[in-house]
Design a protein. Structure first.
Length: 82
C-alpha cells in the first residue's frame, strides 16, 4: 500500500530539511512555520491537486466556480455598486 506524499519542511533561510514539530531550524536557528500552518498548507495543496485531477468534491468544485466568476467579474470591471 502506498503512503500519501507528505512533503518535508525546509528552512527558508538555510534550506535544510526539518521535522514538522520543530519551532526553530536546528542548523541556523531561523523560526519555522510550525505544524498548524504546515497542515493548513498541505490541506490546501491536496485540494488544489484534487481539483486538477478532477477528484474535487462538489463543494470544492462550487467554490472554484464561484472564485472563477468573481475573478471574471473583477476583470470586467464590476465593482458591486449600482
Amino acid at each position: 500500500m502506498l503512503r500519501p506524499f507528505v512533503p518535508m519542511v525546509f528552512c527558508t533561510s538555510c534550506a535544510q530539511q526539518q521535522d514538522d514539530a520543530q519551532k526553530f531550524c536546528r542548523f541556523c536557528g531561523e523560526r519555522l512555520p510550525g505544524p498548524a500552518l504546515m497542515q493548513q498548507l498541505r490541506d490546501e495543496a491536496a485540494n488544489i491537486q484534487a481539483t486538477k485531477t478532477g477528484q474535487a468534491s462538489q463543494t470544492q468544485q462550487a467554490n472554484l466556480a464561484t472564485l472563477k466568476a468573481i475573478e471574471l467579474a473583477r476583470q470586467q470591471g464590476f465593482n458591486g455598486q449600482s
